[in-house]
Ligand binder design. Structure first.
Ligand code: NAD
Ligand code: UFG
Length: 338
């Protein structure tokens, strides 16, 4: 099947392109490169030995979408394109609502008008309300988001859910990611944040390569065994394979479905620092700093529904995640910028 991958030059999108191509799917990418590099697409081609049709366009550009749907026989779309920095979304809410919601609406309209009936959406564990017990199940309460980014995911889910009800024969799969980290085992593609990394693993690996002198650990007085926050980190290749499994599932199912993509295992910030040090033999200097606003003490998934219905389970462990993060960072000290 030919799959349109929006945001396919980005971190998760590029890894998903590799897994789709490896499974024999055709891949068409639309990405405006606002947070990525065209080099990622070249590297995807290098890893797989296969061609990617790449369009440098904005997903909100309806005419560009029309041209793509006219030129390629697309069977499904995976919609990764979006802005994702939580803090930035608080500073620039209108830009986030514009980019993340209008890209979803334009894409759905173009799909409807061109008779494309299958869409997978990159949602997030952030849509779950902070009142739920861990581990999180797909049926748990959503909403009460703490920032505009989270609301764009919540609202996009609703837009897609309503579209699946209204448009005949549509299939919508909402994938709620936990914390993707790591990189392709080749070290050729990985996460390349612009500016100071917001997320833990890119920060650790930039300390390891010498771009930052130490890690600030935000809070060591949480109600967790070592006082630091617990998250469900998942290898990006496992996450990418979850999308391939969802494509297979979609072909057989109509309407709306929602799945967690996580491992079900929680690790603390200190666990992550120690694992990175042990696996890669590199010391990560750190200091404890005040809590970061909006962080929940514990967030991890129950991934049983994905195992049962998608036949998908995360296979890589924490050591693999740490090793592959460092393989990417050490081979590409400045990311794609070099
Ligand atoms: P990323 O920034 O690396 O990838 C997003 C891509 O979309 C980038 O290549 C960017 O250039 C592109 N893009 C953004 N707006 C666009 C637009 N209007 N038109 C065309 N292209 C556009 O981020 P990622 O980590 O790969 O995340 C992919 C998706 O998964 C995002 O929707 C993100 O919100 C979601 N998600 C990510 C995480 C995470 O921790 N990385 C967790 C949960 C959900
Ligand atoms: N952390 C630090 N120091 C840092 C960066 C992070 O101590 O420099 C801590 C955070 O306080 C948190 C943990 O590391 O306790 C993980 O933080 P991340 O920013 O890596 O991940 P989050 O769980 O906060 O958020 C991520 C994505 C969101 C997504 C969410 C879903 O960034 O987009 O997962 O669970 F919504």
């Amino acid at each position: 099947m030919n799959v349109l991958v929006t945001g396919g030059a980005g971190y998760i999108g590029s890894h998903t392109c590799v897994e789709l191509l490896n499974k024999g799917h055709g891949v068409v990418v639309i990405d405006n490169l606002v947070n990525s590099s065209a080099k990622a697409i070249e590297r995807v081609e290098q890893i797989t030995g296969k061609h990617v049709d790449f369009y440098e366009n904005d997903v909100r550009d309806r005419a560009a979408l029309d041209r793509i749907f006219e030129k390629h026989d697309i069977g499904a779309a995976i919609h990764f394109a979006g802005l994702k920095a939580v803090g930035e979304s608080v500073q620039m809410p209108l830009e986030y609502y514009d980019n993340n919601l209008f890209s979803t609406v334009r894409l759905c309209e173009a799909m409807r008008d061109h008779g494309v009936k299958n869409i997978i959406f990159s949602s997030s564990a952030t849509v779950y309300s902070g009142t739920n017990q861990m581990p999180l199940r797909e049926t748990d309460v959503t909403g009460m988001c703490t920032n505009p980014y989270g609301w764009t995911k919540y609202m996009s889910e609703q837009i897609l859910r309503d579209s699946a009800k209204a448009i005949e024969d549509w299939s919508v799969v909402l994938l709620r990611y936990f914390n993707p980290i790591g990189a392709h085992s080749s070290g050729l593609i990985g996460e390349d944040p612009r500016g100071i990394p917001n997320n833990l693993m890119p920060f650790i690996s930039q300390v390891a390569i010498g771009r930052r002198d130490h890690l600030n650990i935000f809070g060591n007085d949480y109600d967790t065994p070592d006082g630091t926050c617990i998250r469900d980190y998942i290898h990006v290749t496992d996450l990418a394979r979850g999308h391939v499994a969802a494509i297979d599932y979609m072909v057989e199912h109509r309407g709306e479905s929602v799945f967690n993509l996580g491992t079900g295992i929680g690790y603390s910030v200190l666990d992550m620092v120690k694992a990175f040090e042990r696996v890669n033999g590199i010391k990560i200097p750190y200091e404890f700093a005040p809590r970061r606003a909006g962080d929940l003490p514990k967030l991890y998934s129950n991934p049983d529904k994905s195992a049962e219905l998608l036949g998908w389970k995360a296979e890589y462990d924490l050591d693999d995640m740490c090793r592959d993060t460092w393989a990417w960072q050490s081979k590409n000290p400045m990311g794609y910028g070099e």
